[in-house]
Design a protein. Structure first.
Length: 277
């Protein structure tokens, strides 16, 4: 990274936006080289002044992100956690609470699809998808919201998908259902805890060019990476897929005081995709 976005703006512009805040990013690693949504969000939170707990099921991936933050003179901790298990989430949040006394920003980025029609997928695949994509959000929010209520302030960012509201062309019914659940859970929590000073919003990424698609999606294109990129880009009104940084910048905005009167929003960050699909 050269430290600037595609418009030439320094990536650390507004670096005091989240100064002094503690952010926990579940799914803050990356499944391969490059910038996944969670990895970019963790770095962008740090560049905005937050101390970041980077959490991933692969400790090495979390440590890589934390090292990148430290390399920019930011502060980060790395944790391994399986977000489908409440004991792991408890251990992470308890460690952050011991170290910093609170959690100001909870960022839920973990998600995975299981390809196959409703006739093809197994009950186990369906359950796994719901556990990873939806149960994980339930578990992290269940642990963190009581702390935020005591603080009388907090911001929760759930990474959903445009698949929550549109058919994107891929055969993954469990993914559609789970992400729709994330959206409505976001709305329910936003309304219930608004008077406690807690804001809960979701981001719905569209077609994003991240390491994830080269593992989980490319099979739908018979492994043809260039064809996948071309076809996904052509679907977007802007003529290109988004990047993890597009999601990260939206997350920082929603976590910041600039969004202090925004809650219960499921925000498409999709280059206009849902305007025509």
């Amino acid at each position: 990274m050269d430290g600037r976005d595609r418009d030439g703006v320094p990536m650390n512009a507004g670096m005091d936006r989240l100064a002094g805040r503690i952010a926990v990013v579940f799914g803050g690693g990356s499944v391969g080289p490059g910038w996944g949504n969670g990895k970019a969000a963790a770095l962008q939170y740090a560049r905005s002044g937050a101390t970041v707990a980077v959490v991933d099921i692969a400790l090495a991936a979390a440590e890589e992100t934390a090292a990148l933050i430290a390399g920019e003179q930011g502060t980060a901790l790395a944790f391994r956690c399986d977000v489908t298990q409440p004991e792991g989430i408890e251990a992470v949040i308890a460690a952050v609470e011991r170290e910093h006394g609170r959690v100001d920003i909870l960022h839920n980025n973990v998600g995975a699809p299981d390809m196959g029609t409703i006739e093809d997928i197994t009950v186990e695949q369906w359950t796994r998808t719901q556990d990873i994509n939806l149960k994980s959000v339930f578990l992290t929010c269940k642990r963190v919201i009581p702390m935020m209520r005591r603080q009388r302030k907090g911001a929760i960012i759930n990474i959903s998908s445009v698949a929550a509201i549109r058919h994107t062309g891929y055969p993954y019914p469990g993914y559609y259902a789970s992400k729709a659940g994330v959206n409505q859970l976001t709305v329910a929590l936003a309304v219930q805890y608004a008077r406690d000073g807690i804001r809960v919003n979701a981001i719905m990424p569209g077609l994003i060019d991240t390491p994830h698609i080269y593992k989980a999606i490319v099979g739908q294109y018979d492994g043809a990476r260039e064809r996948m990129v071309a076809e996904r880009s052509a679907m977007c009104p802007m003529g290109r897929m988004g990047t993890g940084w597009d999601i990260a910048k939206a997350a920082v905005f929603l976590a910041s005081d600039d969004a202090e009167y925004i809650t219960g929003v499921c925000l498409p960050v999709d280059g206009g995709l849902t305007c025509r699909v």
